[in-house]
Design a protein around this ligand. Structure first.
Ligand code: ADP
Ligand code: MG
Length: 226
């Protein structure tokens, strides 16, 4: 395994002066290529903040951040957008699918944004991914017609569309019943194994964390890992 990303001495403070909240207080973390990790910690401990920074959607107050050999701490917004589109996929607790579009269209969307248009190869990849996540016969359904678990599987397919090295999932099963949650975690495990995609999955559910080979816990704005 080789290091996919590293953050060092990461600090994030929200607000200023007396109202300032120091959420990350000098956090160090390395993720290796191919790891499947759970990010644990109570509500408010900073899991979403860390995932959002690792996803380059939020800038840290200070600290170092590298991924795939690129220095992201000093990168400009345009460079970060390009980097994120190419290398990072996201899955959120609430699937964030577009309700007026079909499952297939939702999955194609990131590639269409990248290419500036819809391409035949993007459609083909989106189809393959939907088959992969077990939704072969739901591709042309608009997303409000799908169950919670099915929607999250569409969201996983969408996250994988641009073949990212890293997928960040923020409580992806938080809104699902146990059976659907287990199916989603099994699917993530298979994709991780087959494609060596690195996953970091926040959860406060031990049953979900049990699917992950590595556990990273956030407390007092830092992480400890096993
Ligand atoms: P978790 O995902 O572990 O529940 P979060 O990262 O969402 O934790 O939040 C950590 C802390 O940072 C909380 O105290 C939260 O209120 C605060 N926080 C998060 N985002 C913001 C923001 N945009 N502005 C101010 N405070 C924030
Ligand atoms: Mg959160």
């Amino acid at each position: 395994m080789s290091a996919l990303l590293e953050v060092k001495d990461l600090v994030k403070t929200f607000g200023e002066g007396e109202a300032a909240t120091r959420v990350l207080t000098g956090l160090d973390l390395q993720l290796q290529t191919g790891e499947l990790s759970a990010l644990l910690g109570p509500s408010g401990s900073g899991k979403s903040t860390l995932l959002t920074i690792l996803g380059t959607l939020l800038k840290p107050s200070s600290g170092q951040h590298t991924m795939l050999g690129r220095d992201l701490a000093d990168a400009g917004d345009a460079e970060l957008t390009e980097f994120r589109n190419r290398h990072i996929g996201f899955v959120f607790q609430f699937h964030n699918l577009l309700p007026d579009f079909t499952a297939l269209e939702n999955v194609m969307f990131p590639a269409a944004v990248r290419a500036g248009r819809e391409t035949a190869s993007a459609r083909e990849r989106a189809r393959e991914l939907l088959v992969r996540v077990g939704l072969k016969d739901r591709m042309d359904f608009r997303t409000p017609k799908l169950s919670g678990g099915q929607k999250q599987r569409v969201a996983i397919a969408r996250a994988l569309m641009n073949k990212p090295e890293l997928v960040l999932a923020d409580e992806p099963t938080g809104n699902l019943d146990r059976e659907s949650a287990n199916q989603v975690m099994q699917l993530i495990g298979e994709i991780n194994r087959d494609e060596q995609t690195t996953f970091l999955i926040s959860t406060h559910d031990e049953n979900i964390a049990a699917y992950c080979r590595r556990r990273i816990s956030v407390h007092d704005g830092k992480v400890s890992s096993t």
